[in-house]
Structures are given as structure tokens and as C-alpha cells.
Design a protein around this ligand. Structure first.
Ligand code: NCD
Ligand code: ZN
Length: 346
């Protein structure tokens, strides 16, 4: 069995850094292992304009750990008032890498999102014209649709019609959680990719209720049945360039998670690479980890892979990792997967 693995430095194509004290506390969890990350714009208020993105990037850069060689790649939060000219300027001047579509009300801080994609059609058409990718939170928000079906229904009723109406639009289905999502991506010949999170490769919906309710496994889209998890694993280890890592690391302080109405989001940046190595080893596919974590996403976004490397070493005993990150606003619990981890970034 391999005991050491060196891969190009990974990128995280979906991360939540938040702002202020939480941002300052979580940045190093990403910068230690990743060369770049696509930073989600769902702050309160959201990152909507080019100037918002510049200001947010400056706050991130000002707080990067000393000596870290890390590039935050910025996104804009698509609203029904988004100005296509501002989006184009932001892209052409190199400020943003993608635009994020949140259906209004689908997840944390998505109230300013889109109620009907027809209302953002002019922006989507402009994006298709200039080649700017759209990251999509792929869930319908209709409360009458079962929460475990919201991704599949979104594909049929929103995503596919939107893509057909906007030929050439480059789309990333963020944090795909279902076999339906995987199959949809595989069935398309171009302009569609998907990110997969660390935790959706490791937990299914049973884990949410194992021995009691587990708020730190609650995220959106919610973890699904086991066969969906297995489909995600198969896609991740396949080497197929359309699937790549977006951790969806989404820190919330414990008080907000362990509550009568707990927030959605799993904080997994610090131990994601240990988790992924475990998953890829279990799948007999350690040789595909680099494609998933370091190559496929860069290729889809049209940037060169990192010229740096990281090395993981297999330990005989389970590795321990920090359980909580302290912030001025409270502790944040790190993802604790339901299996031992043996791999450590050295
Ligand atoms: C994210 C967050 O907390 O910002 N939560 C989550 O459960 N994934 C939002 C998101 O990506 O849906
Ligand atoms: Zn997210």
C-alpha cells in the first residue's frame, strides 16, 4: 500500500471565508494546504458589485497568514438587480472568476438571491458571450418539494431549461449531492461541470441522525441516501475532468449550529486533504486524487495548475486533528468524519 503521496498543490473551488473575526480565524485552515480558492459571496450584505468584490478581496488579503502564497478568487452574488456591465467589467479586469446563483431562500444568506432565472436572463446571456462561468446552488426552494428531492427537481425544472435558453453559458453545479446530478453532468457534452464537497463523500443522511441529531453534519444541500454518496465517490475518483473539489467549507460558530434552529454548513478546510486521501485510498484510487483536487478545476476555469506540491503521508495510527477553531465570536467545530483518518499533510 502506498504510504506517501505527492500532488500538485490543491485548489478549493468553493469556500466560505465569511468576514471579520471568523474570516481571520479560518483563513489559515485553507491557506495551509490550498494555493487558490473560489470565495463565495454570501456575506451579509452580499458581495454584489465589482467594488464589493475588490473590497472583500482586500480584506482577505490583508488578513492572510504571513508568508502564505495564496490567491483568493472572487465571485459576485447574482441578484435580480445585477448590472451586466458591472459584471463584465469585473471579469475583464480580473477581479472575479465566476458569478454565483443562489435561488432566493435556498440556503444560508440567500435572501437576495434569484426568485426566477428569467429575471437574470440578460446577465446570463452576457456571461455566455464573454465566457464567464456561473456557479449554481442547485436546489429548488418550493417548500412543498421534499428536501431530499430539491436537487433533482432543480435540474429538470430550472437548470436544464436555463442552460438550453442560454447556449454557451459555462455552468458549475456546486456541491452536487445526488446520483441524478452526477448523471446529468455526465450526460452533457459541454459547458457543464460539478464540484463535490469533502463531507458528501463521507456521510449519508443516516449520519445526520446517528444516536441523536448531529448538527455539525447539517449542510445544504443536505446529505442524501447512501447510493447517492456512492455515485459521488465514483464520480470523484473517476478522473473525469468535469468533477472537482469544492469543499463548501462553511464555518458557523457552535452556538449557531447547536441550536433549536441550527445553521447549515460544515467546516472542513483544516482536515479536508486527510479526508480525501482516506476516501481515495478506500476507493483504490489514490492516483486520481491529484486530478480531483488539483487539476480538473483549474482546467475548467482555464488557469494553470499550481507549480507547487504538497505531500501526504500515511500513518499507522489514526491521525488527530484540531477539533475546534477558536474565534472572537465563539468556537467553530471542524468536520469530524465517521471514520479514522490515516493521512496527514506533511
Ligand atoms: C453555506 C453557508 O453556510 O454559507 N451553507 C451550507 O450548508 N453549504 C451556504 C451554501 O453553500 O449553501
Ligand atoms: Zn457553499
Amino acid at each position: 500500500m502506498a504510504s506517501e503521496l505527492t500532488i500538485r498543490k490543491p485548489d478549493d473551488w468553493h469556500v466560505h471565508f465569511r468576514d471579520g473575526a471568523v474570516m481571520r480565524a479560518v483563513l489559515s485552515g485553507t491557506t495551509e494546504h490550498f494555493g487558490r480558492a473560489l470565495v463565495m459571496p454570501n456575506l451579509v450584505p452580499p458581495v454584489v458589485t465589482m467594488n464589493d468584490a475588490i473590497a472583500y478581496r482586500e480584506r482577505i488579503e490583508a488578513n492572510l497568514p504571513k508568508g502564505s502564497e495564496f490567491t483568493p478568487m472572487m465571485t459576485l452574488y447574482l441578484t435580480e438587480a445585477t448590472d451586466a456591465d458591472d459584471v463584465e467589467r469585473a471579469y475583464k479586469s480580473g477581479v472575479i472568476t465566476a458569478v454565483k446563483l443562489y435561488p432566493a431562500g435556498a440556503t444560508t444568506n440567500s435572501d437576495s438571491g434569484v426568485t426566477d432565472v428569467a429575471r437574470v436572463a440578460p446577465v446570463l446571456e452576457r456571461m455566455a458571450e464573454i465566457g464567464l462561468p456561473l456557479c449554481v446552488h442547485g436546489e429548488v426552494t418550493d417548500p412543498s418539494i421534499d428536501i431530499f428531492d430539491r436537487e433533482a427537481v432543480f435540474i429538470d425544472t430550472v437548470l436544464d431549461p436555463m442552460r438550453q435558453r442560454t447556449p454557451g453559458l459555462r455552468v458549475i453545479m456546486e456541491h452536487v449531492t445526488t446520483e441524478d446530478g452526477v448523471k446529468y453532468v455526465q450526460s452533457q457534452s459541454e459547458h457543464l461541470a460539478a464540484t463535490i464537497t469533502t463531507h458528501h463523500l463521507m456521510i449519508n443522511r443516516n449520519h445526520l441522525f446517528q444516536g441523536g441529531i448531529r448538527p455539525h453534519f447539517f449542510c445544504l444541500p443536505i446529505a442524501k441516501r447512501e447510493h447517492h454518496r456512492l455515485a459521488l465517490r465514483a464520480a470523484a475518483v473517476s478522473g473525469d475532468g468535469r468533477f472537482f473539489l469544492g469543499t463548501d467549507s462553511a464555518p458557523h460558530v457552535d452556538g449557531a449550529k447547536e441550536s433549536a434552529c441550527g445553521c447549515a454548513g460544515v467546516y472542513n478546510s483544516p482536515n479536508t486533504l486527510s479526508c480525501l486521501a482516506q476516501v481515495f485510498e478506500e476507493e483504490g484510487a489514490l492516483d486520481k486524487l491529484e486530478a480531483f483536487a488539483s487539476l480538473n478545476g483549474a482546467a475548467y476555469y482555464g488557469v494553470a495548475p499550481s507549480d507547487q506540491t504538497i505531500t501526504l503521508k500515511r500513518q499507522n495510527a489514526a491521525v488527530s486533528y484540531q477539533a475546534k477553531v477558536k474565534t472572537e465570536e465563539g468556537d467553530i467545530t471542524v468536520f469530524d468524519p465517521p471514520c479514522d483518518l490515516n493521512w496527514l499533510v506533511v
